[in-house]
Design a protein around this ligand. Structure first.
Ligand SMILES: C[S@@+](CC[C@H](N)C(=O)[O-])C[C@H]1O[C@@H](n2cnc3c(N)ncnc32)[C@H](O)[C@@H]1O
Length: 171
């Protein structure tokens, strides 16, 4: 899969310094995961996906980063992964509609895994003409602010692609 606007702006929105511990939820075949690993020469990304096929694709395409310990692939659903509390500086999820699957319980789950003042970036690319981006943004913003996150939103349009990015920090 080629690098898309959602991968570029999602990773850039994390404003990584290079030594962070990052969780990517729903990494798919690992396009953003490899961008994250590049941005984390002294850090690490735990790449989580419930799909064994997706993790196999990531593993096939990122053998050097995995051998170096900069990408740690995990086949698991977020809610079953048993991640340690307060273990991540930042969390990224791109085109993963957590509302749909987890209702309103996901902000609590993510807050638990973040270190104090950790940050969360959710990026969503809606198909052209679709209102799914607006729906995702509205629902996710309500869920996050309801749990005490401070949320800001940016919109990125390029070559007919439209990506909404939510940037949230625990208050
Ligand atoms: C639409 S794909 C996006 C893949 C990638 N982030 C991208 O944008 O190229 C959504 C991915 O999230 C994964 N996923 C959805 N809900 C998940 C959950 N609760 N825990 C882990 N993975 C999940 C799916 O298996 C799928 O690979």
């Amino acid at each position: 899969m080629a690098i898309g606007l959602r991968h570029r702006v999602g990773v850039a929105a994390l404003e990584l310094e290079g030594d962070e511990q990052v969780l990517e939820i729903g990494c798919g075949p690992g396009v953003a995961t490899r961008l994250l690993a590049k941005a984390l020469p002294r850090g690490r990304v735990v790449a989580l996906d419930q799909s064994a096929k997706a993790i196999a694709q990531l593993t096939a395409g990122a053998s050097d980063e995995i051998a170096a310990g900069r990408i740690v692939p995990r086949t698991a659903a977020l809610e079953d992964a048993g991640l340690a509390p307060q273990s991540f500086d930042a969390i990224l999820a791109i085109n993963v509609d957590l509302n749909r699957r987890l209702g309103d319980r996901w902000p609590r789950l993510l807050a638990r895994f973040l270190k104090p003042s950790g940050r969360l970036v959710l990026a969503f690319e809606a198909p052209p003409g679709s209102r799914n981006g607006d729906l995702f943004t509205r629902n996710a913003t309500a869920a996050l602010t309801g749990f005490g996150f401070s949320v800001s939103e940016t919109r990125h349009d390029e070559d007919g692609q439209s990506v909404t990015v939510l940037h949230a920090v625990s208050t």
